[in-house]
Ligand binder design. Structure first.
Ligand code: GLV
Ligand code: MN
Ligand code: MN
Ligand code: MN
Length: 404
């Protein structure tokens, strides 16, 4: 049994009120006031541990223990949340990394190779639509021109928001120098489903991530008066979008473990007594294999096109992001599992910065049990004892890595 608090619980406790949404959960979105408060918190806590903080050109924050350098062991996660997100998705991996450093320092460890804690920017894509923006930009997985042109629901571009937060958007983009320093990336994360509940274990090692992506389905119809327009005269894009939602459910249910979700509808102009002139429906599709995910998306788009045509609307589809199935470095995963005396391996349907970086550097993940099995919602939870187990596992893994 671990000691009562290895530090992660109290670090998370200190930020429990930051960005709390009165509707439940958190609203910690890139460059909003709560996300900036969390950035300041991270810098202060890293400073307390004597780490040297630098913010890279893509607004990711790094805290170096000793001099930055090549072949570094890097651990961390993200501080932003989905709308109404839980307290652990992201901050657990950042707080856990800081606590692990403190534990290592208490043991008198001096890293034998460069070491950093990182907080990646806009992992959830909640404000600008594309997830893992910080790690994608750093690794060249998204062109900076595309990222900077993304807009939030108020029409503010990523470039404008970045400039407003004190960053130089013209410097955003692939950062070979930062990438070359990462020897290995280990991300600890709350488990986002029932995997560890079913296994009856507190901690697992990540094995793979489902193929997944996002598509924006933009339906255009004809705005008009809710009271004076006969039903037969309408071209209502909300009706076409509603049909796309039910088609997505039907097609996913018929597929091979396909998950399809439309969780965000943005009608224009959005009035109760107004037939919308347009609506954007954001589609999220995931599946165990690339071909299965793509086939489901094709089928959903075909159904959406036919619903649009039936309503006299048009449909424009834009792929916002897509990545095939990710397999974390198997040798690294084996090494973690062995170091942790046979921790189980677990696949996930959730995306992570570790999944983006896996294309460039060896990456691994540690999951901490979530007894509710609920995530991206206020019900996400982790017991303090399991958080300690996760922190202890991270300390063990880092001790092993730093010994190289
Ligand atoms: C991010 O957490 C995602 O899986 O969408
Ligand atoms: Mn998430
Ligand atoms: Mn996350
Ligand atoms: Mn994620």
């Amino acid at each position: 049994m671990s000691s009562p608090d290895l530090g992660t619980n109290s670090l998370l406790g200190a930020i429990a009120d930051v960005g709390a949404d009165p509707r439940g959960g958190y609203a910690r979105h890139i460059f909003n006031s709560s996300e900036r408060t969390l950035r300041e918190w991270f810098v202060a806590e890293a400073g307390r541990l004597g780490l040297d903080v630098e913010t890279d050109r893509n607004s990711n924050i790094w805290a170096w223990w000793g001099a930055p350098g090549p072949d570094a062991v890097v651990t961390g996660s993200h501080l932003d949340s989905v709308p109404g997100g839980g307290a652990f998705d992201g901050p657990l991996g950042v707080a856990g990394a800081l606590a692990a450093v403190e534990q290592l320092q208490k043991r008198g460890v001096t890293p034998s190779r460069p070491f950093a804690v990182v907080a990646f920017a806009e992992e959830e894509g909640s404000r600008f639509g594309v997830a893992c923006l910080g790690s994608r930009l750093l690794s060249g997985a998204i062109a900076p021109e595309r990222a900077l042109a993304l807009t939030d629901p108020d029409g503010v571009s990523f470039a404008e928001a970045a400039r407003g937060a004190g960053f130089a958007p013209e410097r955003f983009g692939r950062d070979d120098e930062a990438l070359a320093r990462i020897g290995v990336f280990i991300e600890m994360h709350i488990e986002q489903g029932r995997g560890l509940i079913d296994l009856g274990r507190p901690v697992a090692v990540g094995s793979s991530i489902l193929a997944h992506g996002r598509w924006r389905l933009s339906f255009t119809g004809m705005g008009n008066h809710a009271g004076t327009t006969a039903i037969g005269d309408r071209h209502d894009p909300m009706v076409a979008a509603a049909s796309a939602i039910t088609s997505a459910r039907r097609i996913a249910a018929a597929g091979d473990d396909v998950r399809a979700t439309i969780g965000r509808l943005v009608p224009t102009p959005g009035g109760t007594n107004v037939i919308a002139s347009a609506v954007d429906a954001w589609l999220d599709v995931r599946a165990g294999a690339d071909a299965v995910a793509k086939a489901a998306v094709d089928d959903i788009i075909a159904a959406a096109r036919s619903a649009a045509a039936g309503e006299g609307c048009t449909l424009d589809v834009r792929e916002e992001s897509y990545g095939g199935e990710v397999f974390f470095d198997p040798r690294l995963a084996d090494r973690l599992a062995a170091t942790l005396s046979g921790a189980p391996k677990l696949a996930t349907g959730a995306g992570h910065d570790a999944g983006i970086l896996a294309a460039k550097v060896p990456t691994a993940m540690l999951y901490v049990r979530n007894p509710t099995g609920v995530s991206h919602a206020p019900g996400e939870h982790a017991e303090p004892a399991d958080i300690d187990e996760g922190t202890a596992a991270l300390v063990t893994v880092l001790t092993d890595m730093l010994g190289d």
